[in-house]
Design a protein around this ligand. Structure first.
Ligand code: GDD
Ligand code: MN
Length: 400
């Protein structure tokens, strides 16, 4: 049964609950699937398969698989791997001819994987195989993601040039600025040696760019606990690295793309539009109540009523439109009233903040009053949005 190539999944880069297109005898889940992405590794493939098999046969007999995902290497790595199949019952081989790239290779491999834990390791022997056991142990202790890191106790790089070290660290710093909540949790965000619990990434739409599949997994997965194990990045003995400056450009693109997809940009835009509509309600009501030609009520009283009506206006539109998807999952009058009260409190706190900031910018920093007011409004809009997102509509609760 084990003498041919694996089918190549196509379509979305999503990890299914059950593996893609394998005959039913193979559908039984196993403990661990390790993907070995390869491109021109004909000189390394036999020895890495041999070493990994020896290691895992002891540790997880019958409960693991090795999945080579080769991108139709001109040196026929896939063919050499196929020839190994008779000797290694846990080995499976995929040959991709239409798609390319390290990250997508990893995801395609995971899509056919049967393991409850999904891992990746370079096939060029630069990642010391023994570290796998430490990573597996961490998973056994309950980690959702276990990463081999060059930057913790026991880790390092062997003979990297100063330039490559500098670029690697620089990339990490940049990552911290753009995507702190993800990069800040990883001591070695560029690591290509890690494993993740399948359940943490099932159904997540992965769209990695270039090399950095780890960042994608850490950003989009439901990852509570991350464990790390130190390792020394070994020198390549055979073949050559495929890293070029292009990978750095792709990395930055990737970070920015993640930034925008993790921030609720569209909701924020809607929230802004609704806020703008509130200005007209406020103005209109203020006119109706306080204008001498209208009801001519006292200004303060008019303004309080006008603001409150604007808040209610905004609430209704936000509840129906900005956060409509969430409101519909929290139905009932009581729930809605609760959201309205929270919204109201947060907006009132925002109003106080607005006045304080305006005073600070104008009186203390001496900024022009209208510029100061605009700044205060911008900050308060973000404040209102964020707290309402987290408290009134509790977006994160609903997603769980
Ligand atoms: N299928 C497939 N397709 N595999 C690829 C491709 C590709 O386009 N490009 C590279 N690979 C395989 C290689 O054959 C090797 O097994 C592994 O992916 C890593 O590629 P290298 O070209 O050896 O990368 P490196 O040693 O310079 O980079 C290492 O460090 C990076 C962090 O600086 C790797 O560990 C990366 O995973 C890591 O991100
Ligand atoms: Mn390498």
């Amino acid at each position: 049964m084990n003498d041919s190539l694996l089918p190549v999944p196509s379509g979305a880069l999503q990890i299914p609950e059950r593996p893609y297109l394998v005959d039913s005898a193979e559908q039984e889940p196993i403990e661990f699937s390790l993907v070995l992405p390869t491109f021109k590794e004909s000189q390394n493939i036999a020895s890495i398969v041999q070493i990994l098999t020896q290691l895992l046969d002891d540790y997880l007999p019958g409960q693991y698989e090795l999945i080579v995902v080769d991108d139709d290497s001109p040196d026929l790595t896939w063919k050499i791997a196929l020839e190994l199949l008779p000797y290694y019952p846990q080995l499976r081989v995929m040959r991709r001819q239409t798609e390319r790239g390290l990250s997508t290779a990893v995801v395609r491999g995971w899509q056919v994987a049967r393991g409850k834990i999904l891992g990746v390791i370079d096939a060029d022997l630069q990642h010391p195989p023994e570290v796998l056991l430490q990573l597996l142990q961490e998973m056994g202790h309950g980690a959702d993601l276990a990463v081999a890191s060059r930057h913790v106790e026991g880790g390092g790089v062997s003979e990297w040039s100063a330039v490559r070290r500098f670029l690697s660290r620089g990339a990490q710093m940049l990552g911290l600025v753009i995507l702190p909540e993800v990069i800040g949790r990883l001591s070695d965000p560029m690591s290509g040696y890690f494993m993740v619990r399948r359940s943490a990434i099932i159904g997540k739409q992965l769209s990695p760019v270039g090399y950095k599949i780890l960042i994608e997994v850490a950003a989009r997965g439901k990852i509570r606990w991350i464990a790390e194990a130190g390792y020394v990045f070994r020198e390549r003995v055979a073949g050559e690295s495929k890293v070029t400056w292009k990978q750095y450009v792709e990395y930055i693109q990737h970070l920015l793309r993640l930034r925008f997809s993790l921030w609720p940009v569209e909701r924020f835009f809607r929230f802004g539009v609704v806020g703008f509509s509130g200005v007209f309600v406020d103005m209109g009501v203020l006119y109706l109540l306080s204008d001498p030609s209208m009801l001519a009520l006292p200004l303060t009283r008019s303004k309080i009523i006008a603001s409150e009506l604007a808040i209610i206006n905004n609430f209704l539109w936000n509840d129906f439109w900005t956060f409509g998807d969430i409101s519909r999952r929290q139905p009932g009058k009581r729930q809605r009233l609760k959201r309205l009260i929270k919204f109201n409190i947060i907006c009132l706190a925002g109003l106080i903040l607005n006045v304080l900031l305006l005073n600070l910018f104008f009186n203390v920093f001496g900024i022009d009053r209208y510029v100061a007011n605009l700044m205060a409004i911008a900050i308060v809009t973000v404040w209102n949005f964020w707290f309402n997102l987290k408290l009134s509509w509790r977006v994160t609760d609903v997603e769980r």
